[in-house]
Design a binder for this molecule. Structure first.
Ligand SMILES: Nc1nc2c(c(=O)[nH]1)N[C@H]1C(S)=C(S)[C@@H](COP(=O)(O)OP(=O)(O)OC[C@H]3O[C@@H](n4cnc5c(=O)[nH]c(N)nc54)[C@H](O)[C@@H]3O)O[C@H]1N2
Ligand SMILES: Nc1nc2c(c(=O)[nH]1)N[C@H]1C(S)=C(S)[C@@H](COP(=O)(O)OP(=O)(O)OC[C@H]3O[C@@H](n4cnc5c(=O)[nH]c(N)nc54)[C@H](O)[C@@H]3O)O[C@H]1N2
Ligand code: SF4
Ligand SMILES: [Mo]
Length: 751
């Protein structure tokens, strides 16, 4: 019994907090307070599923620390001010900087808190375009960039990103993805745990490749405990077996390919025995995996963020596509398939792509290179940074460098829901409404969905007095940056944005709904221009979502006359480094990887009591053999030392990690004294990114290497001085220290 009274209204809400985009129901009492949040059983995609984060939306909405008022730094301290005062301060500082140093001196960092909100996702690019800056960094593109670059190089379009057909496959191999914990893993599929159970119930097989026994590995048929950072080597081993044993089946594909001979030649040296030595897997297991993939009626290999952010993500992502193609599983029911969302895809945030058409507009810059632009000794240095829905102070590699570089900025602006570790250092902080006070449709996640669906929800609650919609704040920020009075009416800007979008979609101006404005008008237009010809009315009439059917084999059609290139020269060029890596013995080194937790969301939500309840979370996991060797005891402290910094963490001795691997959660380190996160600050934990090296990047896309970070662990007795020598700086294997290519890119849409 819920004890809900008749007068409690049940409002539909599409959860924006992770990739799953679940449909939820929010109980709202007559006084506007939130009673509860439940899964919506009638949702066409999530069917009632909800995770602890979804439930926590109530706590987020009610959190007394959530920002309600703008803040401006006065005499060194952030103070609450009126909107007028905040705009006056920005009007005093921003236009002058732009005039003196040009628009590119204003950097913009689009964080995952903005790119997964309908209005911010649409008006952040509009703000950027109005300001005219090309110095735009995107956080969420970071783990996706390797897939986008691969899609660009193999399929000729960065939007053609495949997902495993989880609900119909017979054999699923997950590499560096822990969707049971993350509810995602570059996949939009609510309740993946149930989907994986269904796979096994229908006689299918689940294999997980992960250095840790993750929650997903726990429920798998087979767990391959790989040495962190060696996924590309494993995949080349699989290609080797497929070719060597005559198991390739390109004939099963309906699409033309080229490059098999080149990939086969690259894989020639990668015999199962050599690959086994490097990856620390069993040679028989490698052979069986290749044979199973080849003999399964249908199979899919999928790489998640763990495998894409270990320094060689693009190579790994490429070889995943190769294995799927060689086993005849590319664009095939039960293999990997290409979603077709309801809306027209926009450009916006993406990665630096190699060898792109230089006439095309530029994509976003890799977030890992932001600090370098902030402390650039030359004229190219950023003078101002606008952070929207992000926490670069904790999200970026080598966070200590970002912290130091912040002091070189003339102006830091943060648009956020909290005074987090980044906004605490800002000069101006602009608050945004709670997720319940805004409409939602996710423009990115449906492009990674295992079923074509569309789900829209209007705002559950009205905006409170004194709060502005985030799109209005972003639009006004653009106007103020250009020197306009803050009091200017926004409708002209909004009309301009709508007409620009119509123009880009080649839609006539009368395609714009006359009775709508703001994000709803833009979404309506995107739906009308989308492949199903829907409108926002259609979504409003289907409050539990629209099911647009199972994924279909569409790649051939979408490729046009492009031939799939299995061996793009830009990637094949890494052959010598991959071969050299094969014989490396990095046995003595400990490799650090990220460990996820269901009750977490990157660097935020730790301010909600429900998200931090339970035992100690921010511990370093060490295998018993390593703990014995290093004299570490369970519950004791260890100094975790990497090339760029160190942290002190409590040791948890467990065989969840293999020998030679240690793990820490990401997103902690709530120790910034000026932040307003009172619950989080009580259990601050340590900042993982004190250990990640911003000079070690994926050489193709400059994606940060947050996993497979070489570290040393030293028992810490409490008062020992910090005199240890740093850990080895050089990463083994692929030379990830080359300078990323200059930003030429195709702009591509949400993916
Ligand atoms: N609860 C929760 N859910 C989340 C998030 C969160 O913070 N908390 N974040 C969201 C975001 S923004 C994203 S991008 C997704 C990411 O979600 P996922 O794609 O699932 O990625 P991760 O959880 O980062 O890592 C997955 C696994 O990779 C393993 N791994 C680490 N290094 C390697 C390696 O070198 N090789 C291999 N094979 N495995 C490796 C780790 O042990 C881990 O179990 O999750 C989203 N969902
Ligand atoms: N070491 C390490 N580093 C990592 C990762 C890792 O696994 N390990 N993961 C990486 C990944 S996958 C990602 S996606 C990035 C994410 O990194 P970021 O995008 O920098 O940050 P998040 O931690 O997701 O923080 C999102 C911010 O948005 C705010 N917010 C929430 N809702 C809203 C809203 O509606 N509007 C606005 N304007 N703000 C809002 C929150 O308060 C929070 O400050 O971090 C990356 N960094
Ligand atoms: S799985 Fe993701 S989308 Fe679903 S309720 Fe949890 S946080 Fe929200
Ligand atoms: Mo992410």
């Amino acid at each position: 019994m819920t004890g809900r009274t008749e007068s409690v209204r049940s409002a539909r809400f599409v959860c924006p907090l992770c990739e799953a985009a679940c449909g939820l129901l929010v109980g709202v009492a007559p006084d506007g307070s939130v009673e509860d949040v439940r899964g919506d059983r009638e949702d066409v995609f999530s069917r009632g599923y909800i995770c602890p984060k979804g439930v926590a939306v109530k706590g987020l909405h009610n959190d007394p620390d959530r920002l309600q008022t703008p803040m401006v730094r006065i005499d060194g301290r952030l103070r609450e001010v009126t909107w007028d005062d905040a705009w006056t301060e920005l009007g005093r500082r921003l236009p002058g900087l732009i005039k003196a140093f040009g628009p590119d001196a204003v950097g913009v960092y689009g964080g995952s808190g903005a790119l997964h909100r309908l209005d911010a996702r649409l008006y952040l690019p509009a703000m950027v375009e109005a300001i005219g800056t090309r110095t735009v960094f995107s956080a969420t593109a970071s783990e996706l960039a390797p897939k986008q670059a691969t899609a660009h190089l193999l399929y000729g379009s960065a939007q053609l990103i495949g997902v495993p057909d989880v609900d119909r496959t017979d054999h699923l191999v997950l590499i560096g993805a822990d969707p049971v914990t993350s509810n995602g893993g570059l996949l939009t599929a609510p309740d993946l745990r149930a989907r994986l159970r269904a796979l096994r119930r229908r006689g299918g097989r689940l294999v997980v490749v992960d250095p840790r026994r993750s929650a997903t590995a726990e429920g798998a048929d087979e767990h391959l405990r790989i040495r962190p950072g060696t996924d590309a080597t494993l995949l080349l081993g699989l290609v080797h077996v497929l070719v060597d044993e005559g198991l390739t089946d390109l004939g099963a594909l309906s699409i033309p390919t080229r490059g098999l001979a080149d990939v086969a030649e690259l894989a020639a040296d990668f015999t199962p025995d050599r690959v086994a030595r490097r990856t620390r897997l069993d040679a028989c297991a490698i052979r069986s995996l290749a044979r199973d993939l080849a003999s399964a009626r249908c199979a899919a290999v999928h790489a998640g963020a763990g495998a894409l952010t270990n320094g060689s993500g693009t190579i790994t992502s490429w070889l995943v596509e190769v294995v799927n193609a060689l086993t005849g599983n590319l664009d095939r029911v039960g293999g990997t398939m290409f979603p077709l969302p309801a809306h027209a895809r926009l450009g916006g945030h993406g990665a630096v792509l190699p060898d792109a058409d230089s006439d095309a507009p530029s994509g976003d810059l890799p977030a890992a290179t932001l600090a370098a632009r902030m402390d650039d000794p030359g004229f190219d240095r950023l003078r101002a940074l606008v952070v929207v829905g992000g926490n670069p102070a904790r999200s970026l590699p080598n966070s200590a460098r970002w912290r130091a570089a912040r002091d070189r900025l003339d102006l830091l602006v943060s648009v956020d829901i909290y005074l987090n570790e980044t906004s605490a250092l800002a000069d101006v902080v602009l608050p945004v409404p709670s997720p319940l006070e805004r409409a939602h449709y996710d423009l990115d996640r449906y492009a990674l969905a295992v079923r074509n669906t569309a789900n829209y929800s209007a705002a559950v609650l009205p905006l409170p007095l004194g709060m502005h919609a985030e799109w209005e704040t972003l639009a006004r920020l653009a106007l103020v940056a250009l020197g306009h009075p803050a009091a200017d009416d926004l409708s002209e800007f909004d009309d301009h944005v709508a007409l620009r979008l119509a123009q880009r979609l080649s839609a006539p101006p009368d395609a714009l709904a006359p009775d709508r404005t703001g994000p709803e008008r833009l979404l309506d237009l995107l739906l009308r221009a989308g492949p199903y010809g829907l409108s926002l009315d259609d979504l409003e009439c289907n409050p539990h979502g629209l099911d647009l059917g199972a994924l279909e084999e569409t790649l051939a059609e979408r490729l046009g006359d492009h031939k799939v290139d299995l061996a793009p020269p830009a990637l094949l060029a890494f052959g010598p480094e991959l071969r050299a890596d094969l014989d490396i013995d990095d046995a003595p080194m400990l490799m650090l990887v990220r460990r996820g937790h269901l009750r977490s969301n990157n660097t935020w939500l730790h301010n909600l009591p429900a998200m931090v309840s339970g035992g100690r979370r921010c511990t370093v996991h060490v295998h018993p053999d390593d703990a014995f060797r290093l004299g570490l005891r369970d519950g004791g402290l260890a100094k975790v030392i990497a090339a760029v910094g160190w942290v002190l963490a409590a040791v948890q001795v467990t065989d969840e990690v293999g020998v030679g691997t240690v793990s820490l959660p990401h997103g902690w380190g709530h120790d910034e004294p000026q932040a307003r996160l009172r619950v989080a600050a009580a259990r601050p934990g340590v900042d993982y990114n004190r250990l990640t090296n911003d000079a070690v990047l994926d050489p193709v896309t400059a994606t940060a290497a947050r996993n497979a970070v070489p570290v040393r662990l030293v028992a810490h007795t409490g008062d020992a001085p910090a005199t240890e020598a740093p850990a080895p700086e050089r990463h083994v294997g692929l030379d990830r220290r080359r300078t990323p290519r200059p930003p030429v890119a195709e702009t591509f849409g949400p993916a």
